[in-house]
Write a protein that binds this ligand. Sequence first.
Ligand SMILES: [Zn+2]
Length: 203
Amino acid sequence: MGEADAAGVGVFVSGEAINTKRSRLFASDVIEPIRKNPVWVCVRIPWSKVHRAFPELDRFDDDKCLEFIQLACSKFWRSRMIVGVIGLTVCIATFVALLIGLNTLLDGVFYRTVAERLRSPYYLWLWAGGIAASGAFVGFSGLLIRDRWIRWAVASQIVAARCLNCEYSLLGLTPDAGFVLCPECGQQANLQERGITAEELLA
Ligand SMILES: [Zn+2]
Protein backbone atom coordinates (compact mmCIF):
# COMPACT_ATOMS: atom_id res chain seq x y z
CA MET A 1 0.00 0.00 0.00
CA GLY A 2 2.95 2.29 0.79
CA GLU A 3 4.31 2.23 -2.78
CA ALA A 4 0.96 2.67 -4.46
CA ASP A 5 0.28 5.55 -2.12
CA ALA A 6 3.52 7.29 -2.91
CA ALA A 7 2.94 6.89 -6.65
CA GLY A 8 -0.58 8.23 -6.28
CA VAL A 9 0.62 11.36 -4.56
CA GLY A 10 3.24 11.85 -7.26
CA VAL A 11 0.60 11.82 -9.99
CA PHE A 12 -2.23 13.72 -8.32
CA VAL A 13 -0.62 16.91 -7.13
CA SER A 14 -3.97 18.65 -6.85
CA GLY A 15 -4.78 20.59 -3.68
CA GLU A 16 -7.47 18.11 -2.76
CA ALA A 17 -5.13 15.12 -2.96
CA ILE A 18 -2.61 16.94 -0.78
CA ASN A 19 -5.30 17.87 1.72
CA THR A 20 -6.62 14.31 1.85
CA LYS A 21 -3.11 13.03 2.38
CA ARG A 22 -2.51 15.65 5.05
CA SER A 23 -5.66 14.88 7.01
CA ARG A 24 -4.90 11.16 6.76
CA LEU A 25 -1.41 11.83 8.10
CA PHE A 26 -2.90 13.97 10.85
CA ALA A 27 -5.27 11.18 11.80
CA SER A 28 -2.53 8.55 11.93
CA ASP A 29 0.24 10.70 13.39
CA VAL A 30 -1.68 12.88 15.81
CA ILE A 31 -5.16 11.55 16.58
CA GLU A 32 -4.20 7.87 16.98
CA PRO A 33 -1.27 8.49 19.39
CA ILE A 34 -3.52 10.79 21.44
CA ARG A 35 -6.09 8.00 21.76
CA LYS A 36 -3.47 5.40 22.61
CA ASN A 37 -1.36 7.44 25.01
CA PRO A 38 -3.14 10.05 27.13
CA VAL A 39 0.17 11.14 28.76
CA TRP A 40 1.52 12.15 25.38
CA VAL A 41 -1.56 14.37 24.95
CA CYS A 42 -0.38 16.49 27.84
CA VAL A 43 2.85 17.21 26.02
CA ARG A 44 1.38 17.81 22.60
CA ILE A 45 -1.95 19.60 22.85
CA PRO A 46 -1.09 23.19 23.74
CA TRP A 47 1.02 23.57 20.60
CA SER A 48 -1.09 21.54 18.20
CA LYS A 49 -3.42 23.07 15.66
CA VAL A 50 -6.63 22.88 17.65
CA HIS A 51 -8.89 23.04 14.58
CA ARG A 52 -7.35 19.93 13.01
CA ALA A 53 -9.02 17.86 15.73
CA PHE A 54 -12.38 18.66 14.12
CA PRO A 55 -13.19 16.84 10.85
CA GLU A 56 -15.83 19.48 9.99
CA LEU A 57 -13.03 22.04 9.63
CA ASP A 58 -10.80 19.81 7.47
CA ARG A 59 -11.81 21.41 4.20
CA PHE A 60 -10.94 24.94 5.35
CA ASP A 61 -7.40 26.32 5.33
CA ASP A 62 -5.57 27.34 8.51
CA ASP A 63 -6.44 31.06 8.17
CA LYS A 64 -10.17 30.31 7.87
CA CYS A 65 -9.99 27.94 10.83
CA LEU A 66 -8.18 30.51 12.97
CA GLU A 67 -10.90 33.01 12.07
CA PHE A 68 -13.47 30.41 13.16
CA ILE A 69 -11.65 29.85 16.46
CA GLN A 70 -11.44 33.59 17.12
CA LEU A 71 -15.16 34.02 16.44
CA ALA A 72 -15.95 31.11 18.77
CA CYS A 73 -13.73 32.57 21.50
CA SER A 74 -15.32 36.01 21.32
CA LYS A 75 -18.83 34.55 21.13
CA PHE A 76 -18.37 32.72 24.45
CA TRP A 77 -16.60 35.64 26.13
CA ARG A 78 -18.47 35.22 29.43
CA SER A 79 -17.45 31.60 29.76
CA ARG A 80 -13.90 32.57 28.73
CA MET A 81 -13.76 35.16 31.52
CA ILE A 82 -15.09 32.75 34.14
CA VAL A 83 -12.78 29.90 33.11
CA GLY A 84 -9.89 32.40 32.86
CA VAL A 85 -10.39 33.74 36.38
CA ILE A 86 -10.91 30.28 37.91
CA GLY A 87 -7.97 28.84 35.95
CA LEU A 88 -5.66 31.67 36.98
CA THR A 89 -6.71 31.34 40.63
CA VAL A 90 -6.14 27.58 40.59
CA CYS A 91 -2.72 28.05 38.93
CA ILE A 92 -1.59 30.69 41.45
CA ALA A 93 -2.87 28.60 44.39
CA THR A 94 -1.07 25.52 43.02
CA PHE A 95 2.16 27.50 42.60
CA VAL A 96 1.98 28.80 46.18
CA ALA A 97 1.20 25.28 47.47
CA LEU A 98 4.20 23.88 45.58
CA LEU A 99 6.48 26.56 47.04
CA ILE A 100 5.21 25.81 50.56
CA GLY A 101 5.87 22.12 49.91
CA LEU A 102 9.38 22.92 48.65
CA ASN A 103 10.05 25.07 51.69
CA THR A 104 8.86 22.30 54.03
CA LEU A 105 11.00 19.73 52.26
CA LEU A 106 14.22 21.79 52.04
CA ASP A 107 14.15 23.86 55.23
CA GLY A 108 12.12 21.46 57.37
CA VAL A 109 13.57 18.08 56.40
CA PHE A 110 16.92 18.30 54.56
CA TYR A 111 18.54 21.53 55.78
CA ARG A 112 17.14 22.32 59.20
CA THR A 113 19.72 24.82 60.42
CA VAL A 114 21.10 28.01 58.84
CA ALA A 115 24.61 26.60 59.16
CA GLU A 116 23.64 23.52 57.12
CA ARG A 117 22.10 25.71 54.42
CA LEU A 118 25.18 27.94 54.18
CA ARG A 119 27.54 24.96 54.05
CA SER A 120 25.68 23.05 51.34
CA PRO A 121 26.66 23.76 47.73
CA TYR A 122 23.28 22.38 46.60
CA TYR A 123 20.85 24.34 48.78
CA LEU A 124 20.37 27.35 46.49
CA TRP A 125 20.36 25.20 43.37
CA LEU A 126 17.64 23.00 44.86
CA TRP A 127 15.55 26.09 45.56
CA ALA A 128 16.13 27.49 42.05
CA GLY A 129 15.36 24.13 40.43
CA GLY A 130 12.25 23.66 42.57
CA ILE A 131 10.90 27.10 41.71
CA ALA A 132 11.61 26.60 37.99
CA ALA A 133 9.95 23.16 37.96
CA SER A 134 6.90 24.46 39.85
CA GLY A 135 6.61 27.42 37.46
CA ALA A 136 6.87 25.15 34.42
CA PHE A 137 4.28 22.72 35.81
CA VAL A 138 1.82 25.52 36.63
CA GLY A 139 2.39 27.33 33.32
CA PHE A 140 1.83 24.12 31.40
CA SER A 141 -1.35 23.35 33.36
CA GLY A 142 -2.61 26.85 32.52
CA LEU A 143 -1.97 26.22 28.81
CA LEU A 144 -3.80 22.92 29.07
CA ILE A 145 -6.85 24.57 30.68
CA ARG A 146 -6.82 27.23 27.95
CA ASP A 147 -6.57 24.57 25.26
CA ARG A 148 -9.46 22.54 26.70
CA TRP A 149 -11.62 25.64 26.79
CA ILE A 150 -10.84 26.59 23.18
CA ARG A 151 -11.74 23.04 22.13
CA TRP A 152 -15.05 23.32 23.97
CA ALA A 153 -15.82 26.70 22.31
CA VAL A 154 -14.95 25.41 18.82
CA ALA A 155 -17.00 22.21 19.34
CA SER A 156 -20.00 24.25 20.54
CA GLN A 157 -19.76 26.52 17.51
CA ILE A 158 -19.55 23.54 15.15
CA VAL A 159 -22.63 21.95 16.73
CA ALA A 160 -24.50 25.29 16.50
CA ALA A 161 -23.83 25.37 12.76
CA ARG A 162 -25.52 22.03 12.04
CA CYS A 163 -28.84 21.49 10.32
CA LEU A 164 -31.50 21.05 12.99
CA ASN A 165 -33.25 18.41 10.93
CA CYS A 166 -30.43 16.12 9.80
CA GLU A 167 -27.35 17.49 11.59
CA TYR A 168 -25.50 18.12 8.30
CA SER A 169 -22.81 20.76 8.80
CA LEU A 170 -23.84 24.08 7.24
CA LEU A 171 -20.29 25.45 7.47
CA GLY A 172 -19.01 26.96 4.23
CA LEU A 173 -22.49 27.46 2.74
CA THR A 174 -23.39 30.95 1.51
CA PRO A 175 -26.57 32.34 3.07
CA ASP A 176 -29.25 33.86 0.87
CA ALA A 177 -31.15 36.74 2.54
CA GLY A 178 -30.36 35.37 6.00
CA PHE A 179 -31.32 31.77 5.17
CA VAL A 180 -29.20 28.73 4.43
CA LEU A 181 -30.60 25.74 2.59
CA CYS A 182 -29.39 22.38 3.90
CA PRO A 183 -28.02 20.50 0.85
CA GLU A 184 -28.73 17.17 2.54
CA CYS A 185 -32.41 17.42 3.51
CA GLY A 186 -33.56 20.74 2.03
CA GLN A 187 -34.49 22.36 5.35
CA GLN A 188 -34.14 26.16 5.52
CA ALA A 189 -32.12 27.50 8.45
CA ASN A 190 -32.92 31.01 9.62
CA LEU A 191 -29.53 32.34 10.74
CA GLN A 192 -30.93 35.15 12.86
CA GLU A 193 -33.23 32.76 14.72
CA ARG A 194 -30.37 30.34 15.23
CA GLY A 195 -28.06 33.12 16.48
CA ILE A 196 -25.43 32.46 13.82
CA THR A 197 -23.84 35.02 11.52
CA ALA A 198 -22.74 34.42 7.91
CA GLU A 199 -19.19 35.06 9.12
CA GLU A 200 -19.47 32.21 11.63
CA LEU A 201 -20.47 29.84 8.82
CA LEU A 202 -17.17 30.68 7.11
CA ALA A 203 -19.20 31.45 3.99
ZN1 LIG B 1 -30.51 18.98 6.86
